[in-house]
Write a protein that binds this ligand. Structure first.
Ligand SMILES: Cc1cc2nc3c(=O)[nH]c(=O)nc-3n(C[C@H](O)[C@H](O)[C@H](O)COP(=O)(O)OP(=O)(O)OC[C@H]3O[C@@H](n4cnc5c(N)ncnc54)[C@H](O)[C@@H]3O)c2cc1C
Length: 256
């Protein structure tokens, strides 16, 4: 029995990993924008692998605000919440309130159910750069990176890479620094996010969701970070709409 358990896990895992060595879309970061993008891409029939360095993907959504585990979503994003089957109640002024643990787990469930594969405990440390375009991601175990161990990574090839890593915009920074290129941002580089403004932050999260270099798209706080826009605190509609927009832009680029 012991051997059956171990070989069941090992055989299944390596089959999963091998079948994701080349994908349509590699998503870096399993925050709300990345997971929603994974859901809509998988629903559109794309082969999607999402990598998150944490044991539990979900990014900054689990904890609500200051660990009060409820979140706020505005009216415009409610079609996404309804499509994903999340339970909610009405708040004030056209807002809706939902339990953050319920919502995060619903997003993860629906994305994987739609066909996206999530690889947790993976850190993306670089991209594959071919013919002046981003063509994949360079991955390693998150604990290997954390421990600073001298272990070479593996690569996952992708027709498009979506960065949804949150505030630090790690991937855009690496791509700009290592390849001496201009990103599609007002300065050509990563500008860094501004202080908090809820309304503008929500609006610009969606506006800044775009392809910032051939093959590299950004969503969520990473989109605001690269373009120098505002953070917004624990309102999540912009993140959800950003993920959906990213999926639409990528589908448009990749075609059928
Ligand atoms: C710890 C934390 C604290 C936050 N605090 C605030 C705050 O005070 N105010 C505010 O407005 N927003 C804050 N946010 C972000 C906030 O929760 C967002 O509004 C929302 O969660 C952002 O969603 P996102 O999709 O951009 O990704 P995030 O929720 O930020 O999630 C990003 C995910 O990417 C993963 N990741 C990052 N880099 C890599 C990499 N190289 N390889 C693999 N995975 C990677 C992370 O593990 C994380 O799960 C915080 C997020 C986190 C994770």
């Amino acid at each position: 029995m012991e051997q059956i358990v171990s070989s069941g896990i090992i055989d299944s895992y390596f089959e999963k990993l091998k079948s994701n060595l080349s994908v349509d879309v590699a998503i870096v970061g399993g925050g709300p924008s990345g997971i929603v993008a994974a859901y809509f891409l998988a629903k559109a029939g794309k082969k999607v692998a999402l990598f998150d360095r944490k044991l539990a993907p979900g990014g900054g959504m689990w904890g609500g605000a200051m660990m009060f585990n409820d979140i706020v979503v505005q009216e415009e994003a409610m079609p996404i919440i309804k499509e994903l089957g999340v339970s909610y109640k009405e708040g004030a002024n056209g807002t809706y309130i939902m339990d953050s643990v319920h919502t995060t787990s619903a997003l993860i469930y629906q994305a994987t159910k739609a066909g996206a594969t999530i690889f947790n405990c993976y850190s993306v440390e670089d991209v594959v750069f071919h013919n002046d375009a981003v063509a994949g991601v360079v991955v390693n175990w998150a604990p290997v990176i954390r421990e600073g161990m001298h272990v070479d990574p593996l690569t996952i090839m992708a027709k498009a890479v979506l960065e949804g890593t949150g505030h630090d915009c790690e991937i855009a920074r690496v791509v700009a620094r290592k390849n001496d290129i201009q990103l599609n941002t007002p300065t050509g580089g990563v500008i860094g996010e501004r202080s908090l403004n809820v309304e503008l932050g929500e609006q610009t999260t969606v506006e800044n969701t775009k392809e910032i270099y051939p093959g590299l798209f950004v969503s969520g706080m990473a989109a605001n970070g690269v373009s120098g826009s505002f953070r917004m605190g624990p309102i999540f509609g912009g993140m959800l709409m950003s993920g959906k927009k990213a999926a639409e832009l990528i589908c448009e680029k990749l075609g059928n």
